[in-house]
Design a binder for this molecule. Structure first.
Ligand code: MG
Ligand code: MG
Length: 260
C-alpha cells in the first residue's frame, strides 16, 4: 500500500521528523569513547517517552529479525551495518558508529540514520565511506523532483555509490513511510532512471544509501538481528525521511543546525 498524506498529516510528519533529528543529534554528541550501546538505547528511550512519541522498533517483529526488537534505536559498529541490536559494547576511539532511529508521533512515523566516527581518530576509509553515503543521499533527494520516478532516485543513489567504488546490496534499501515505518514503494539503492512508481505530492519516503567497503554480502549476527558485512569490513549508512511536494523534496529529518 502506498499512502499519500494530507496537509494535516504532513504537518505531523514534520514534527516527527524534527524530533527524530533532535534525538539523533543529541545521541551523536553523547557517543563518546567509553559510552555503551545500551546507554545510548536508554537515552533514546527517555527522549522518545518524554516527547510523547512511540518507538517504531521496540515491538517490531519482521520476518528478517528474531522476535520483537526490544530496543529503541539501532546501533551498528564497524562491520555491523543494519538492524544493529544494542548490547553492552563500549565505544572505542575510531569506531564507525551508525545510529538509526524511527519513531511515530501523532500517527506519523519518521526514520533517519547517521554514521559517525567516535573519538579523535579519523580513519580515511571510514571518512570516505560516510561521505559517499551522505553524497548518495543528497543525490537521491535531489532526484526526487516533480514528475520523477523511484528509478530516478535509485539511479542517482547508485551512481554515487558505484563511482565511489562500493558494491551495492539490493536486499535492503529505502521505503515509503507514513502511518507505519515500512511501506511501499521500495526504493532500491541502484536502479534505472525513468522506471517505477511516479512520485506524487504527499508521499513520504525514507531514502537510505548504505555500503560495505568490499562486499555486497551480509551475514546475520548470533543476536538474530544485527547484519554485518560478510568480510568483516567497515560499513556506513545515511538516511533521511523526505516529503514529496509540488516543488520537489522536503527533508523532514534535517538537524536544526543544517537547516537553511
Ligand atoms: Mg532507518
Ligand atoms: Mg528506513
Amino acid at each position: 500500500m502506498i499512502e499519500i498524506l494530507n496537509p494535516t498529516e504532513l504537518t505531523r510528519a514534520r514534527n516527527t521528523g524534527a524530533l527524530v533529528a533532535d534525538i539523533l543529534q543529541t545521541l551523536k554528541g553523547r557517543s563518546t569513547v567509553g559510552t555503551s550501546l545500551l546507554e545510548i538505547d536508554r537515552w533514546a528511550e527517555t527522549m522518545i517517552v518524554e516527547a510523547g512519541a512511540q518507538s517504531c522498533y521496540v515491538d517490531y517483529e519482521p520476518s528478517f529479525g528474531r522476535g520483537p526488537f526490544g530496543h529503541y534505536i539501532c546501533t551498528a559498529v564497524n562491520d555491523a551495518v543494519l538492524h544493529g541490536l544494542p548490547h553492552d559494547y563500549m565505544l572505542a576511539d575510531g569506531d564507525l558508529l551508525t545510529l538509526d532511529l524511527a519513531v511515530s508521533k501523532g500517527g506519523v512515523a519518521a526514520d533517519s540514520a547517521i554514521s559517525l566516527i567516535v573519538g579523535e581518530s579519523r580513519p580515511p576509509e571510514s571518512v570516505a565511506m560516510i561521505s559517499a553515503t551522505e553524497r548518495a543521499l543528497s543525490a537521491g533527494i535531489a532526484a526526487a523532483g516533480p514528475g520523477a520516478r523511484i528509478g530516478d532516485i535509485s539511479h542517482a543513489i547508485g551512481s554515487v555509490l558505484s563511482e565511489a567504488g562500493y558494491p551495492i546490496n539490493t536486499e535492503f534499501g529505502g521505503h515509503g513511510i507514513g502511518s507505519t515505518m515500512h511501506q511501499d514503494p521500495h526504493v532500491p539503492n541502484t536502479g534505472r532512471p525513468g522506471r517505477g512508481y511516479k512520485l506524487r505530492p504527499g508521499l513520504l519516503l525514507a531514502l537510505e544509501p548504505w555500503v560495505m567497503a568490499d562486499t555486497a554480502e551480509l551475514v546475520t549476527d548470533a543476536d538474530g538481528w544485527t547484519l554485518r558485512s560478510a568480510t568483516g569490513c567497515r560499513t556506513a549508512h545515511s538516511e533521511h525521511t523526505i516529503a514529496i511536494t509540488n516543488d520537489g523534496a522536503e527533508i523532514l529529518t534535517l538537524p536544526k543546525q543544517a537547516q537553511p
